[in-house]
Unconditional design. Structure first.
Length: 325
């Protein structure tokens, strides 16, 4: 983390809870969906559809981010992005985010300024506002974000709708965050665009509603790894999913990083998490919209039950990230 300048030494304990809140919320412009923003007991966000899509994620220092690897702006950006990706994966349009931050009393207020700046940058990219939240004390920095969205007349696209005969398609990048993590673990900070993919993912928010409009039968945010998250679809839908490696793109930059570090680029693409691409199933290749790439097919469950295979065979090794394992 970059050192603060001499004029930025105030801690959150110096300012107090409401002083910090006032500092972090002052002067922010909200989009039209925010009817009442921070400053009251609760926010008011429009939901013209009459249904609200909601998702929550928690990011913990040392587990999901490290300040020696990521600037505070990156941490704020990531906290918002990982939540809004879940809203997009339901086929919904984001409408706002609520933020809870816990931190030690010795945390510099300027660090929270920068985390908040990153949150607002990503919220602005999704055309939403940071509408409210809460703060408290904790031994380490913990960020909880609740993302809100609306369906605008669409049915939600769940994990349970995939059917035999569907194709599997991807929107967004895969493997870049895992490659960036491998670079950081080796003590390097470049290639910059690979490291940036880990520090601050860029989910394809518009692709979620686009897929819903195109008739997607199931959809999931790729947060834990392509095979792991397709496994959730297979289980929920009672089907088998086969991913074809000849259809899965491995970008040249990932090949370069793998060559330099001795890594497995195809493994990064298949099992690396935190890119927050979207994976969806569609009723045939003709239904797949522009910008999506077909990578596999959906079939009937095997005798042993729903499963994900690669080129028709079980994948050797872990399929992706799982907490507590």
């Amino acid at each position: 983390m970059r050192p603060d300048t001499p004029g930025e030494q105030e801690t959150v304990a110096d300012l107090g809870e409401f002083g910090v809140i006032g500092r972090l919320t002052a002067g922010r412009a909200h989009p039209a969906a925010t009817l009442l923003g921070p400053g009251d007991d609760a926010a008011v966000v429009s939901a013209a559809d009459g249904r609200v899509v909601a998702s929550t994620d928690v990011l913990v220092e040392g587990v999901h981010f490290r300040f020696d690897w990521s600037d505070p702006e990156h941490v704020g950006h990531k906290a918002v992005a990982v939540n809004l990706a879940d809203v997009a994966a339901m086929g919904a349009v984001p409408t706002g985010v609520l933020v809870g931050i816990a931190c030690p009393p010795t945390t510099r207020a300027s660090v929270l300024d920068r985390i908040t700046a990153g949150m607002w940058q990503e919220a602005n990219r999704a055309k939403v506002g940071v509408v409210g939240g809460d703060m408290t004390s904790a031994p380490t920095v913990v960020i909880s974000v609740t993302a809100l969205g609306e369906l605008r007349g669409r049915d939600p696209v769940t994990r349970s709708g995939a059917r035999p005969g569907d194709v599997v398609a991807i929107a967004g990048r895969l493997g870049w965050s895992a490659a960036g993590l491998a670079v950081l673990k080796r003590g390097f900070r470049s290639p910059v665009n690979v490291v940036a993919a880990h520090r601050a993912p860029e989910p394809p928010y518009a692709a979620g509603p686009q897929a819903a409009d195109a008739g997607a039968t199931a959809m999931v945010d790729v947060s834990d790894g392509l095979l792991a998250d397709l496994g959730h679809v297979a289980t929920a839908s009672g089907v088998s999913v086969d991913v074809r490696t000849d259809l899965v793109e491995v970008h040249q930059r990932l090949l370069d990083v793998a060559s330099a570090l001795g890594g497995d680029p195809r493994g990064w693409v298949l099992t690396g998490g935190e890119d927050h691409a979207l994976a969806a199933t569609f009723p045939g290749p003709q239904a797949v919209p522009d910008g999506w790439r077909v990578v596999g097919t959906v079939g009937r469950p095997a005798a042993s039950g729903p499963a994900v295979t690669v080129d028709g065979a079980p994948y050797a090794g872990p399929a992706g990230w799982q907490h507590w394992r």
